[in-house]
Ligand binder design. Structure first.
Ligand SMILES: C[S@@+](CC[C@H](N)C(=O)[O-])C[C@H]1O[C@@H](n2cnc3c(N)ncnc32)[C@H](O)[C@@H]1O
Length: 228
């Protein structure tokens, strides 16, 4: 295979760490909206954590964060940043979300974060099913997702061949409506949908209902992925 995702992100990591946040106000809004739901005893999972910026910002508000990324270079940078900042309650690990052992019962997570990652996963259905399973009943799923399904044909057609020949990761052609519909199908209740402008990345807060203690919700269509 020409495109190797972990190699791609390993190559990108140092440059990614130097890149300024594209829209600092929108980023701050998402941080604040997330922080408003966090409690000191919370245990969080962030997958696709990149260089760890978001996890390190939330760390003082919670008890523990597992922050994972399948790029070892991203995780190396995140660990350097944690050491420099003296943060000790974030465990940065090199792992694909699909392989991460999900704690169950009382050990399940109070919150899961997926920032700029859902459009990059190979199987959205499996990912959403795993997030649902990772959460305690009542737990929250915070995500920010690029929606290229809403962009004009020119952008989509420019990106597709680059994905096809392996120069860029394949990007799912999501829209905010598709994403919220898929979350609902997996049993999530949508609490907030926000974007700073039309077609900007969509920030969604979704809740696993408090009364659902099953491993997988009855309404989820899991036929596309190995969810159970
Ligand atoms: C666009 S970057 C986003 C990084 C960070 N969340 C942020 O907002 O800056 C996507 C990250 O997801 C990681 N990634 C992609 N697919 C993954 C997967 N299935 N499991 C774990 N990490 C993944 C990549 O290595 C990369 O660091």
């Amino acid at each position: 295979m020409l495109f190797h995702p972990t190699r791609f992100w390993n190559r990108m990591a140092r440059g990614y760490a130097r890149k300024p946040v594209k829209d600092p106000e929108a980023y701050q809004y998402k941080l604040d909206a997330t922080a408003g739901h966090l409690a000191p005893g919370d245990r969080l999972l962030e997958f696709g954590c990149g260089t760890g910026t978001t996890a390190l910002i939330h760390a003082p508000r919670v008890s523990h964060i597992d922050a994972i990324d399948f790029s070892s270079e991203m995780i190396a940078i995140a660990r350097e940043k944690a050491a420099a900042q003296g943060v000790t309650n974030v465990r940065f690990e090199t792992a694909a979300f699909e392989d991460w052992p999900l704690p169950a019962g009382d050990d399940a997570y109070d919150g899961v974060l997926a920032m700029s990652i859902l459009h990059l996963v190979t199987d959205l259905e499996t990912t959403l099913a795993l997030v649902y399973r990772a959460l305690k009943p009542g737990g929250l799923f915070f995500s920010s997702t690029v929606c290229i399904g809403e962009m004009n044909g020119l952008v989509r057609h420019a990106l597709r061949p680059l994905g096809a020949i392996g120069l860029l990761p394949k990007i799912l052609p999501l829209t905010a409506d598709i994403l919220t519909a898929r979350m609902r199908a997996h049993g999530f209740a949508i609490e907030q949908v926000w974007r700073p402008s039309e077609k900007a990345a969509v920030f969604i807060i979704a809740r696993r209902p408090g009364n659902d203690t099953s491993a997988v919700p009855a309404g989820a269509n899991l036929s596309d992925g190995p969810a159970s």
